[in-house]
Design a protein around this ligand. Structure first.
Ligand SMILES: Cc1cc2nc3c(=O)[nH]c(=O)nc-3n(C[C@H](O)[C@H](O)[C@H](O)COP(=O)(O)OP(=O)(O)OC[C@H]3O[C@@H](n4cnc5c(N)ncnc54)[C@H](O)[C@@H]3O)c2cc1C
Length: 472
């Protein structure tokens, strides 16, 4: 159990840091995108340097006061929000947003933790390189937060998730020591991998203050298509076809459901439907190819092969940058429409690729036995990652269905567990899925996690209540 942040402690913080670093928390620090948690905080601290982060953590550790590290606040599992007493302090990295260096010839960039993901993409583009981490929240999420939750996004298929894009980190440990690990090395076999312990720890083992990141050559030619497919099994056959043709050139392979596309109309997003009538399943495919390959010709060939095999029923290949952006806007608008409809329950699950069609069939049958629900299954199909969101019938609000949320989530997660999948593919555990981790996690792994937490953070001050339940 942590201690309350007393007025004396806050005075010490103010005295130990430059003017203006310690503030009264504005509302935005206490809210999260889905409105599931309402946070509390004694103060927001906005350090301007790694030394200031370290000084803050040392003072909090001495007083036993909890710390919630904060990036862009876009996390979807409540990791950045602490609803529990005693109110912790929030440490926001937003002032630390500099790009410390770029080495285009090495394909490396070093950014401070508060750098916005989209700004890192732009900094890479400015030197003719690609930073491929990309998702709907990239204009707000910060790289420290993205690494803390090991974000995925739309390009994992080709480039890996945030962990795989990181060569090294600098972090402040729960006792205030600074871990200097901003290596630019591809090879460094020198003992335990502490970097990869802190990445994905959701701020429970320390505060990431900077990261050394991998860049890539920009694909010379890009092609984008929307294909209406017969069913998810056909979508997976098409993925195999596409990879047989262009290998790693398939950079994104996103599934959209007819239900999700219908939601765009239902909530009046003002977007033009690409197919009429709306198909049951649509794929959004991006190819990024070298100069020698024509992406449109490849997409056409994939379409023709898929059409002849009965997998694809209709298709559109983007003819301009604008059309490409329009296709992606459809994909990016789906979560927005979902929010407006209001889910009974949302799930971020992953499965072995070949198990996905059976999961979708079995989950739908089990949920329809509970109530006349609508299901919007969409997401990064190529990575085996499905956002499996469940909605009330048209005209009914989720809250009018009573306490269905828990039964729906238990049904989905039990099935995922049975089919050897994960109840959290890319959003993390946060505070929302602590119970799921306890229920479905391997007991030995959980025991090791607890031992590591106790070793690095014996007072339990780092993001108390996230990932692991705090010790009483
Ligand atoms: C519209 C939308 C679309 C999204 N799409 C995707 C997607 O496609 N794929 C995907 O993986 N995720 C997606 N997300 C979730 C995404 O992972 C997070 O939004 C984001 O990466 C977290 O970054 P953040 O800076 O906002 O972190 P925050 O929300 O501020 O924090 C997230 C967690 O990281 C911790 N943390 C923050 N900064 C640090 C730090 N410097 N050091 C240590 N811990 C820290 C926090 O304590 C918290 O536990 C989406 C979110 C939204 C709102």
């Amino acid at each position: 159990m942590t201690n309350p942040a007393t007025p004396e402690f806050l005075d010490r913080l103010r005295a130990g840091l430059p003017e203006g670093r310690v503030r009264v928390p504005e509302k935005r620090y206490l809210e999260e995108p889905r409105g599931r948690f309402a946070g509390q905080a004694a103060a927001v601290v906005m350090p301007g340097s790694t030394e200031e982060v370290a000084a803050t953590v040392r003072m909090a550790a001495e007083a036993g006061v909890g710390i919630v590290p904060y990036g862009g606040g876009t996390g979807l599992v409540g990791g950045q929000i602490s609803p529990d007493a005693p109110a912790p302090i929030i440490v926001s990295l937003e002032r630390m947003s500099a790009i410390r260096g770029v080495w285009p010839e090495e394909n490396v960039l070093i950014a401070e933790a508060g750098a916005i993901v989209a700004h890192i993409q732009e900094a890479a583009e400015a030197v003719g390189r690609l930073f491929p981490l990309s998702y709907g929240a990239e204009g707000t999420a910060r790289i420290g937060g993205a690494l803390a939750v090991n974000s995925g996004g739309v390009n994992v298929l080709r480039y890996g998730n945030a962990r795989e894009l990181c060569l090294g980190i600098e972090a402040v440990l729960p006792d205030g020591r600074i871990l200097h690990g901003l290596r630019r090395l591809r090879k460094d076999n020198t003992g335990y991998d502490i970097r990869n312990l802190i990445i994905g720890a959701e701020g429970t083992l320390g505060i990431i203050t900077a990261a050394s990141l991998r860049l890539f050559p920009r694909p010379a030619r890009i092609g984008t298509a929307l294909f209406a497919v017969r069913d998810p099994a056909a979508a997976l056959s098409l993925l195999a076809r596409a990879r047989d043709r262009v290998g790693e050139g398939v950079t994104a392979f996103e599934l959209l459901s007819g239900t999700g596309l219908g939601f765009l109309d239902e909530v009046g997003m003002g977007l033009r439907q690409p197919f009429d009538p709306i198909p049951e399943w649509v794929l959004l495919i991006d190819l990024g190819l070298p100069p020698s390959l024509d992406p449109d010709a490849e997409l056409e060939a994939i379409f023709t092969e898929g059409f002849e095999a009965g997998e694809v029923t209709d298709g559109l290949i983007a003819q301009s940058g604008q059309q490409r952006a329009d296709f992606w806007r459809l994909r990016e608008a789906v979560p927005e429409a979902n929010r407006k409809i209001g889910a009974v329950a949302s799930h971020d699950v992953s499965l072995p690729l070949s198990a996905i069609p059976a999961f979708l069939r079995r989950a739908e049958a089990a949920l329809l036995a509970l109530a006349p629900l609508r299901i919007n299954a969409f997401g990064h199909l190529g990575d085996g990652n499905v956002h499996y969101n469940v909605y009330p019938p048209k005209g009914v609000r989720a809250r009018d269905l009573g306490d269905l949320r828990e039964r729906v989530s238990d049904t989905v997660h039990d099935l995922i567990h049975e089919m050897d999948g994960s109840f959290s593919a890319e959003h993390g555990v946060g505070r929302l899925k602590v119970h799921d981790l306890e229920l479905y996690g391997d007991p030995v792994r959980l025991d090791l996690m607890r031992q590591i937490k106790d070793l690095l953070d014996p007072k339990g001050i780092m993001n108390p209540g996230a990932v692991l339940r705090p010790r009483q």
